[in-house]
Design a protein around this ligand. Structure first.
Ligand SMILES: [Zn+2]
Ligand SMILES: [Zn+2]
Length: 422
């Protein structure tokens, strides 16, 4: 996965620049589409996804090279034609994969994170899964394999195809004339992220919108129906790691609780949101009824906590970038431990943002582990050779997270105590 890590090193600055432009623009035209905690949560979700994908922690059911070897009936050389064919096939595969993710219960679990924000902005695009633990996407690429599209072409196009879906997550661009007939545009994708009955599960295309028009899932954005963003069963947390497994957890509980053996088995592959009758009655789950009138997730957040959340997110980003630059030197085991520190860090500060008391426990355990690591090795995965006294800085950072965890849980968090007593 080293090539993917390299591709990301180029893509991340690009994401950061566009995000900064969107936030600055929103500030000056007084139409800010970002809320601090939501954006921190989105970016943190992006970090978890990138790390997980780079480590290659998925069970690949079938790989593209394998299909190519067994199915190719012809071999096309890497000319402009093959790039075009590969792009169209990839986009077609993306459409059906996306449609599957929306329509089938178990597959929705790995996509719900992308829809979990109740805002719509460039940061939302970064909400990507870590729960995609089974790699089956290559099955959608059988047409490419039959045509003999070289693996290299797919390997290069796939990240480009993914990153090209970033720009249209914005509310600052209106309809785009004739482009609306060819490409997925911001207007079309706002419809996709909306929970209005008119819009739900529409516009599943990724780059080309022709598939939606061909297969009956196209819906234009209507002036009289302003899109309302989110998911019908709200996530209710800023913690991207929890959001990644919420839906799976609900299915597991239902499968366990239902008395019907048939339902225990079929619940996984039923349409998204389907529940056995007996558990639906006994354990009801609230679903948003009036999309124009629901309470968006916003636990009490002081400026101090917002600043701290931004700080923690930036440190996590910095640590991750350092990890990518030193991918080979750190080695796989080192990468796992390094990633563990970042993951637990994200879990900890997003739990603080949720105003959950147990966040302090996570922060203390992680902080102490980090300090012990520094004391034992005298270095942070080779950072000393870039930054003099890096071990002191990292040590101080871990110490700070311990104090901040305690401060935000016990000294600043009066509101939650009242809430819990009620
Ligand atoms: Zn979707
Ligand atoms: Zn999207």
């Amino acid at each position: 996965m080293e090539t993917y890590a390299t591709a990301l090193l180029y893509a991340i600055p690009f994401f950061v620049i566009l995000l900064t432009i969107e936030i600055t623009y929103g500030y000056f035209v007084k139409k800010q589409m970002h809320k601090v905690m939501d954006t921190v949560s989105s970016i943190s979700s992006g970090l978890t996804n990138i790390i997980k994908d780079t480590l290659g922690l998925a069970l690949i059911v079938v790989s593209y090279p394998f299909l190519l070897e067994h199915l190719a009936i012809t071999e096309i050389k890497a000319t402009w034609l093959v790039w075009t064919i590969a792009f169209v096939v990839l986009d077609f595969a993306g459409y059906w994969n996306h449609r599957l993710s929306h329509k089938i219960n178990i597959f929705w679990n790995q996509h719900v994170i992308h829809h979990s924000s109740e805002e719509f902005n460039l940061a939302c695009a970064l909400r990507q899964p870590i729960s995609n633990l089974v790699g089956y996407f290559s099955l959608f690429l059988i047409p490419a394999a039959v045509l003999g599209v070289p693996h290299m072409v797919i390997a290069i196009l796939a990240p480009i195809h993914l990153f090209a879906q970033f720009w249209y997550h914005t509310r600052h661009i209106g309809k785009m004339g004739w482009l609306e007939y060819v490409l997925v545009t911001p207007s079309q994708h706002r419809v996709h992220h909306a929970i209005n009955p008119e819009y739900i599960d529409k516009n599943l295309g990724q780059i080309l919108c022709v598939w939606d028009r061909m297969f009956g899932t196209f819906q234009e954005e209507l002036d009289e129906v302003p899109p309302q963003f989110g998911v019908l069963k709200p996530a209710g947390t800023w913690n991207p790691i929890i959001i990644n497994f919420q839906h799976l957890w609900r299915i597991l509980q239902d499968a366990w609780r239902t008395r019907s053996l048939r339902d225990k088995l079929r619940i996984w592959f039923m349409p998204t949101g389907w529940r056995p009758d007996d558990v639906k009655e006994k354990y009801p789950i609230a679903i948003i009824g009036d999309v124009y009138n629901f309470k968006r997730y916003a636990p009490e957040a002081t400026n101090g906590l917002k600043l701290y959340a931004i700080f923690q997110m930036l440190v996590s980003l910095g640590l991750m970038m350092f990890m990518f630059y030193n991918y080979t030197e750190i080695g796989f085991e080192g990468l796992l431990i390094f990633s563990g520190f970042i993951f637990i860090g994200i879990y900890g500060y997003t739990t603080l943002m949720d105003r959950k008391k147990y966040a302090v426990g996570i922060e203390i355990v992680r902080g102490v582990a980090g300090i012990l690591w520094i004391v034992y090795f005298g270095d942070w995965f080779g950072l000393n050779s870039y930054l003099p006294m890096a071990n002191m800085w990292i040590g101080a950072y871990f110490l700070l997270t311990i104090f901040a965890g305690i401060y935000f849980s016990y000294f600043e968090n009066k509101e939650t105590e009242l809430g819990m007593a009620a």
